[in-house]
Design a protein around this ligand. Sequence first.
Ligand code: ADP
Length: 244
Amino acid sequence: MLSVTDLHIQFGELEVLKGLDLKLEKGKVIVVIGPSGSGKTTFLRCLNALETPNKGIITINNQKVDFQTTTRKKEIRELRKQTGMVFQTHNLFPHFTATENVMEGLVTVKKMKKNQARKIAQELLTKVGLGEKIDVYPYQLSGGQQQRVGIARALAMDPQLILFDEPTSALDPELVGEVLKVMQDLAEEGMTMVVVSHEMKFAKEAADEVLFMDNGVIVERGKPTDIFNDPQHDRTKQFLNKLQ
Ligand code: ADP
């Protein structure tokens, strides 16, 4: 489903990703942890082609881009279509209702008729537990509800892979659970997911693998129980000690 080979990116003099390799099978969930500034968000943004790597090959669902040789916009657009992204803060359109936010991509990118897009949007909002909120505006929703609209919006594009960038880190603690629950349901349904999050409980319950990044490289990866209970590298140990 996802294959990343020798991914490099630098911003000016700063080398942020220093040769990442990753393979992920369909239906698997990987949780990425690591200190602030280690390159986690940049990695997700590369997978979604929001950043252009200097070097590396990314293949998602047979859509392959070699960033060293390709600058073709069409290939990059096709790669981006394979993924949906859920951001740290929802960035919904404030003047659109929940339904309108979710149907936006279907109408503008997929050129779907509005009636059909509205129906899909409302089904997805119901799926994330917001069937009662389809016609309200973002300011009328809690942070957790807004994040769930963001998840519905990512699902609307029918992605092969969903990327979550610290989806609960900006939420009040009592709202975290409802968002994680939706993510866990998706994982159980077989959605392929890459999740940047320090929510250990989610990682333990939903992840097939945890990957620890530091300073632009993958230091260690393994089953959640192995990484959390028996980390092999000192850097992983130090990081986990600080989390607890
Ligand atoms: P993390 O998600 O692990 O906190 P990031 O991927 O956000 O790390 O950032 C990794 C490093 O790259 C940081 O030093 C950050 O300042 C830098 N960085 C990220 N995006 C840019 C950019 N667009 N321009 C310049 N530097 C950036």
